[in-house]
Structure formats: C-alpha cells, structure tokens
Design a protein around this ligand. Structure first.
Ligand code: NAD
Length: 310
C-alpha cells in the first residue's frame, strides 16, 4: 500500500496510479480533501503502507517511528521541513523531493506578487467592487533593486524574470558558486545580508526553512530595510517573525509585504496581518499551476517507485 496525501494529486492521478499498480502497489487516497493530521496519516497508513507521497502534511519523528512497514517518503514538492529527515535516516526510511517540478510556478508567483503590490491591485479591486472608484498611484518595477535571499532553483528563475523587467538583481546565498550565471544575467552576489537589506527596493525570500533561517526576518532585519521596501515571501512562513512584521507594517516602517505561506496554515482567523491594507496574501499556491501539478504528480510517483524498487 502507498498513501497519497495531496488533494491536487487527484487532478492528474490516473497515469500515476497506473504506474503504481503496474508495479504492484495499491494507492490509499486522502478522501478528506485537505492537509492531514499526524493521527490521520497514522490511521490511514500506519500498519500497511510501504510508501507515502506527502504534501505539506506533518511527518514528525515520533510518527515515523510508529509506521510498521514504511520504507520510502516521496515529497510532492520541494521543501522537506514537514518531514523529520534525521529520524527518517535513523530508521532507514528513504526520502526524496520533487526538485525541478515547481520552481517556474513559484518564481512566476513571486513576480506576480511584486507587480500586484507595486500597483495596489488587491486594494483597488476591493474598493471598486465595494462601490468606490479609486485610481491609486503605484510604482514601476523597472530600475528597482531586487534583493533575493537564496539563489537556488526558484531564486534563479525569479532573477531571470526580474532582469527581463529591467530590474537590478542581487542575490545573497552563502553557498553560491555559479559565477557564470551571475555574469550572464549581470547579477550582483552579495556576501552580507545587511547590505542586501539596506540597498533593496524589493526583497524576496527563496531559502528553505532550517534552524538557521527560522525567523531571519525579525525586528532587527526589518529595521535595516528601506521604508519603501516590499517584502515577498513565497518560501515558508517560519522565515518571518509575524509579530515583528505586523509592527513594521502597522507603523509604516516598510511599504508592504506579500506572503504565500504562513507559520500556521491556514492562518488563524484572528491573524493580525490579514487585516492590514499593506499586507497581501495567497494561500500557499506557489506550486499550484496545472503544469507544475502535473510534473509533481509524475515525478513524486517515479521517485517513490525508484526508492521502493531500488
Ligand atoms: P533550492 O534548494 O533550489 O534553493 C535554496 C537555496 O537557498 C540554495 O541555493 C541554498 O544555497 C540557499 N540557502 C540555504 N541556506 C541559506 C541561507 N541561510 N541564506 C541564504 N541562502 C541560503 O530550493 P528552491 O526550489 O529554490 O526552493 C526554496 C524554498 O521555496 C523551498 O525550500 C520551499 O520552502 C519553498 N517553496 C515554496 C513553494 C510554495 O508553494 N510557495 C513551492 C516550492 C518551494
């Protein structure tokens, strides 16, 4: 048996399920149509599953230890922060992510959020729909300085698109080695985060959630940014201290922020950020395009079979 948790998997499941069945694996579908809890995962798959194709549903160490037959976890996506990788290794459970399947879609969303915020699209649309004709003045992106934190698959795709929009792009990534890419696209590689904070008109986060990146955007970082900065987060909610961000937004210490991700998803109904006009959001849809979902379904299935069959 193989547990398949992501709801969007269902859109392109036929080919994937045929592949699994060809090799003797029977899929268990998530019929609830939402992210599962640890208890639900264990109930569905604890006894029988040899593999899991998992979205953002939690797989902490204590749960991994309770599976009776689990051999492999295939992440339907990129960020593996919902899986206890250390415990998985300890238990001999293999883990792979679907790298290279959703970076274009996430990059396009980051650019979309920049343009949406620069032209006040959400507030203008809400006002006009509410009966108030408003023509608000926004900003151009051309010539603006974009600071990318993290220059991996997504960061690079954002960089290429931003260069196309005639922005000036800088990247902070302590593991950066690709001088050819930086030269080709005329990207400045910055070795100090504080410089990126001070110089950027727009800052976009493209790092994984790790102990060292947890709440990297806090009061200290926000204080170093320009008062006109737009902050974009399509990576993980945990990268930002949401209380500090709220204070910065409510005091107009920064121009605005856009998030696709939250430390708790869905965000609590009383989340203070959501009410602010200079805060815009999407509902963790970075990877949710038909093209990307189709690739994630196929790659995560192939990855699982590769791990199970050796
Ligand atoms: P990637 O592994 O290709 O790139 C991550 C980059 O971050 C690497 O180049 C790495 O060197 C760099 N990095 C690591 N630690 C850093 C640090 N402390 N400071 C600066 N840079 C650092 O990953 P990716 O495909 O570009 O994805 C990035 C993140 O985006 C994922 O980890 C995931 O959390 C998030 N993501 C979100 C969605 C969504 O739906 N919104 C979809 C896919 C990925």
């Amino acid at each position: 048996k193989v547990l398949v948790t992501p709801k969007s998997f269902g859109l392109y499941k036929d080919q994937a399920f045929a592949l699994l069945r060809e090799q003797g694996y029977e899929p268990i579908e998530n019929k609830l149509g939402r992210t599962l809890t640890v208890e639900e995962i264990l109930e569905l798959a604890g006894e029988e599953a040899v593999g899991i194709i998992v979205g953002i549903d939690p797989l902490p160490g204590f749960a991994l230890a309770q599976f009776k037959q689990l051999k492999a976890i295939s992440k339907y996506g990129m960020g593996m922060d919902n899986i206890d990788l250390i415990k998985a290794k300890e238990l001999g459970i293999q883990v792979m992510n679907a790298a290279g399947t959703n970076h274009i879609s996430v990059a396009e969303l980051a650019i979309t959020l920049m343009l949406t915020m620069a032209r006040n699209i959400t507030s203008v649309a809400a006002k006009v729909k509410g009966g108030k004709w408003e023509r608000s003045i926004g900003y151009e992106l051309t010539g603006k300085k974009l600071g990318l934190i993290g220059g991996g698959q997504i960061g690079r795709e954002v960089a290429k698109r931003a260069i196309g929009l005639q922005m000036e792009v800088s990247i902070y990534d302590p593991f950066w080695q690709d001088t050819a890419f930086a030269e080709q696209y005329k990207i400045q590689i910055i070795s100090e985060l504080d410089i990126l904070y001070q110089e950027s008109d727009i800052i976009s986060l493209h790092v994984p959630y790790l102990p060292e990146t947890k709440e990297m955007i806090d009061q200290r970082a926000l204080k170093r940014m320009k008062s006109t900065v737009m902050l974009i987060n399509t990576s993980r909610g945990e990268l930002v201290n949401e209380d500090d961000l709220y204070e910065a937004l409510v005091n107009n210490q920064i121009y605005g922020a856009a998030q696709d991700v939250f430390s708790s998803e869905p965000p609590e109904a009383d989340n203070k950020l959501i009410k602010l006009d200079n805060f815009i959001l999407t509902s963790h849809i970075g990877a949710f395009t038909h093209e990307s979902v189709e690739r994630m379904v196929l790659y995560s299935t192939r990855n699982l079979l590769e791990m199970l069959n050796g």
